[in-house]
Design a protein around this ligand. Sequence first.
Ligand SMILES: NC(=O)C1=CN([C@@H]2O[C@H](COP(=O)(O)OP(=O)(O)OC[C@H]3O[C@@H](n4cnc5c(N)ncnc54)[C@H](OP(=O)(O)O)[C@@H]3O)[C@@H](O)[C@H]2O)C=CC1
Ligand SMILES: Nc1nc(=O)c2c([nH]1)NC[C@@H]1CN(c3ccc(C(=O)N[C@@H](CCC(=O)O)C(=O)O)cc3)C=[N+]21
Length: 280
Amino acid sequence: MPAQILDGKQIAAEVREEVKQEVARLKEQGITPGLAVVLVGDDPASQVYVRNKHRACEEVGIYSVVHRLPAETTQAQLLDLIKQLNNDPQIHGILVQLPLPGHIDEKTVIDTITLEKDVDGFSPANVGNLVIGDKCFYPCTPHGCMVLMDKTGIDPKGKKAVVVGRSNIVGKPMAMMLLARHATVTICHSRTKNLAEECRQADILVAAVGKPEMITGDMIKEGAVVIDVGINRVGEKKLVGDVHFESAAQKASWITPVPGGVGPMTIAMLLKNTVEAARR
Ligand SMILES: NC(=O)C1=CN([C@@H]2O[C@H](COP(=O)(O)OP(=O)(O)OC[C@H]3O[C@@H](n4cnc5c(N)ncnc54)[C@H](OP(=O)(O)O)[C@@H]3O)[C@@H](O)[C@H]2O)C=CC1
Ligand SMILES: Nc1nc(=O)c2c([nH]1)NC[C@@H]1CN(c3ccc(C(=O)N[C@@H](CCC(=O)O)C(=O)O)cc3)C=[N+]21
């Protein structure tokens, strides 16, 4: 039986509607949530995401400023801007678009963002809080995946979840969030011995690899939930995920499309975190 679609576009629109109402309530109390997005250099994909984030903010009533800096910006200049934003009372959330140009140390930059404004959830203190189950900002992409499942009535409790990818921004926090929801979690990566065999064990399979269509139908257990985080541009215009959609949809019970799956959820969760930062 072909899979049902986990419709990120639709569910993200619902989340944005909720956020819009929360923004209106905060505005009645005289608070306008504000997000600063910092983009260094002119990577075309990053330009698209930053534009989408800005548009989404405007639509729900969040004040949003985009700082576009040239690729040759020094680390010191970038850190100065972040410190200025840390102290700006109109700004509740700060997002520095990754990756940064090679001459800038990402870790130093992330460490400079104050914990209260770390709406990406990438700082060491926030990650620590996530791991021990304390109050924190949930990183937007894995949080988006969890909300997709929640709103569709998929409960990870007791299920075997396999996350392919162990990056700090997707794979690792995804695994932690599934664990917090009582899944039994396996994390796979480039040195995993038999990836196909691991994937076939999964009731919930999350692909966050960055390799176009590498997870194929033969790697998927009958009836599994398949969440495709990958965004890969192939050729001029076409976007594909890390999952080979056609073959995977023959095996899965639920599957996210690319585009229209996890991507829009990531942006919706960023809005949610910004409102949460303003409320705090
Ligand atoms: N939809 C959205 O909102 C977002 C989408 N993305 C997309 O998600 C994908 C992953 O992003 P990100 O986590 O930042 O990527 P990274 O490149 O940081 O991490 C990729 C991970 O995949 C692992 N990996 C690479 N090749 C293989 C392989 N052949 N077999 C098994 N594992 C492998 C790597 O293993 P190792 O650690 O051993 O090197 C690494 O852990 C990308 O396509 C990105 O564009 C990212 C963020 C948000
Ligand atoms: N500090 C930081 N935080 C991030 O959250 C962050 C980042 N850096 N760097 C890059 C990745 C990637 N990312 C995406 C966001 C939205 C879509 C998205 O909206 N995708 C649409 C398609 C958009 C298109 O056409 O390209 C979709 O999947 O339907 C995709 C990817 C956030 N990231």
